[in-house]
Write a protein that binds this ligand. Structure first.
Ligand code: PGA
Length: 257
């Protein structure tokens, strides 16, 4: 039985003051829901504040990106060593980073190796665009992203990571995938690929999230699916009541399962 994990990807939203207010509103609602792993991923500028506020609450903190280098003359970059002081998780290869900041499966792979080397849990994001989806290329494309992004890991390393399947056409659009479609793609493109790479037992232990327009009104449909172990939530993670409702329904679904 995989523990469900709900992570909030705040993207480039929330000043330190706003982040503080959001965490203060979230804490009393999220803290009792400890059958679900809860992770907040604020922008770098708010990471230290959020990490301090959630300390001892059972809620984790994560970064949204990082360099694969430990330190050096890399202006504007943040290293795994620096994140490790504050957080336990790091989102790697989000589609917005691939789309706007030139990230590739190769850079994703370097970052995944670096995150694991520093004891961070990577949340590795994969997903097809609308054209690929409509052309019926989803399984082949997503499987390739998994294969290249996670190349060279040992089964033991792979066991600790998290994969987020986020169809690009569903991100921020209000048009989520259906639970059935997400379950099918996650099973065939992600979990089966993980099984080919690392063995079935390891693949069965890896948590795989769905992401893309997740909200309180549709989370139940996703977490009821056998292959889906939680969600990576963007827009709805910026509102305390919505994010808490998503975690609450995930806990409820787990209780019924
Ligand atoms: P969304 O974003 O929930 O706003 O669609 C999800 C994500 O980009 O991780």
């Amino acid at each position: 039985m995989r523990t469900p994990i709900i992570a909030g990807n705040w993207k480039m939203y929330k000043t330190v003051a706003e982040a503080t207010a959001l965490v203060e509103a979230l804490l009393p609602q999220l803290q009792p829901l400890n059958s679900v792993q809860r992770v907040l991923c604020p922008p770098f500028t708010a990471l230290a504040t959020v990490a301090r506020l959630v300390q001892g609450s059972g809620i984790g903190a994560g970064a949204q990106n990082m360099s694969w280098e430990k330190e050096g003359a890399f202006t504007g970059e943040i290293s795994p060593l620096m994140i490790k002081e504050l957080a336990q998780y790091v989102i790697i290869g989000h589609s917005e980073r691939r789309q706007f900041f030139g990230e590739t499966d190769e850079t994703v792979n370097r970052k995944v190796h670096a995150a694991l080397a520093y004891g961070l849990t990577p949340i590795v994001a994969v997903g097809e665009n609308l054209a690929q989806n409509e052309a019926g290329e989803t399984v082949a494309f997503v499987s390739g992203q998994v294969r290249r992004g996670l190349a060279g890991l040992t089964p033991q390393q792979a066991q600790g990571l998290i994969v987020a399947y986020e169809p690009i056409w569903a991100i921020g659009t209000g048009r989520a995938a259906t639970g059935d479609d997400a379950n099918r793609i996650i099973g065939r493109a992600v979990r089966d690929t993980l099984a080919e790479m690392f063995g079935r037992a390891v693949a069965d232990a890896i948590r795989i999230q769905y992401g893309g327009s997740v909200k309180p009104g549709n989370i139940a449909e996703f977490v009821a699916q056998p292959e889906i172990d939680g969600a990576l939530v963007g827009g709805a993670s910026l509102k305390a009541d919505d994010f808490a409702a998503i975690v609450r329904q995930t806990a409820e679904a787990k209780r019924k399962a």
